[in-house]
Design a protein around this ligand. Structure first.
Ligand SMILES: Nc1ncnc2c1ncn2[C@@H]1O[C@H](COP(=O)(O)OP(=O)(O)OP(=O)(O)O)[C@@H](O)[C@H]1O
Length: 242
């Protein structure tokens, strides 16, 4: 296995609400290498989305370190973290965040254009990403002319566009029927096989079975994980996924 793309070391995230402290994550260690897809499972409120937000530089830990492609995010300026997010991290939000005034193609090309990639090149890459999720023919449509599942696939294409090496997906199959959901997981899997590291938050054990490993969170703590190479089934059929 090659060098890790994402490393979380002793990561804790606390939220203060008056006198109360909510510990969303407590001392989490996690390393994800190129070629690996890791599923994160756990009950509601166990810290899954928090873990993803910290990994993508959208939130900062109270303690511990987050490294993306060897760079400690805490040592970077806000501008540098934003550049890491644009260039290295593909993030599929639960909330799709598509811009309604842009076509599917323009939505997908936007992160590249914001990063200075020229229009023609960005649009070619966007078309390839849309084709990867089976939406090449709808490239000219606007979000309100597409079904919820099609919009979700546009959001996934936007996360995949360009040479992103860390893919973070929070329930990416939420609005999709099972066939389309499987197609999205196949795309995520193929991207990881072709040279990316992926983290997939899911409640569905069938989806987690696409991963190489499953990390199981409870109350902000990693309570179980299947070993590298052991395959997701070893955990899903064991005690951890209960
Ligand atoms: N901004 C915040 N302020 C206070 N508490 C928060 C905040 N964000 C998250 N939390 C708390 O941190 C804990 C973990 O939340 P998180 O959203 O990471 O859980 P989750 O496992 O993704 O849940 P779900 O499966 O329901 O999406 C929860 O107890 C939540 O209420």
């Amino acid at each position: 296995m090659s060098a890790p793309v994402l490393v979380l070391s002793g990561v804790t995230r606390e939220h203060r609400q008056g006198e109360t402290v909510v510990r969303a994550l407590r001392g989490v260690d996690l390393s994800v290498s190129l070629g690996e897809l890791v599923a994160v499972m756990g009950p509601s409120g166990s810290g899954k989305s928090t873990l993803l937000q910290l990994a993508g530089g959208l939130d900062t830990p109270t303690a511990g370190r987050v490294r993306v492609e060897g760079r400690d995010l805490a040592e970077l300026s806000r501008r540098q973290v934003a550049a890491v997010r644009r260039r290295s991290v593909g993030y599929v939000f639960q909330d799709l965040n598509l811009l309604p005034s842009l076509s599917a193609l323009e939505n997908v090309a936007l992160p590249l254009e914001l990063d200075g990639v020229r229009g023609g090149l960005a649009r070619r890459a966007a078309r390839a990403a849309l084709e990867e999720v089976g939406l090449g023919v709808l490239a000219g449509r606007f979000p309100d002319e597409m079904s919820g599942g099609q919009q979700q696939r546009v959001a996934i294409a936007r996360a995949l566009v360009g040479p992103r090496r860390l893919l973070l997906a929070d329930e990416p199959t939420g609005a999709l029927d099972s066939t389309t959901g499987e197609q999205v997981l196949r795309v995520l899997r193929a991207r990881c096989d072709a040279g990316a590291a992926g983290v997939l938050v899911t409640h569905d054990a069938r989806h987690a079975a696409w991963a190489d490993r499953v990390v199981f969170l409870r109350d902000g703590v990693v309570v179980d994980q299947s070993g590298p190479g052991a395959g997701a089934e070893s955990l899903l059929t064991g005690d951890g996924a209960r």
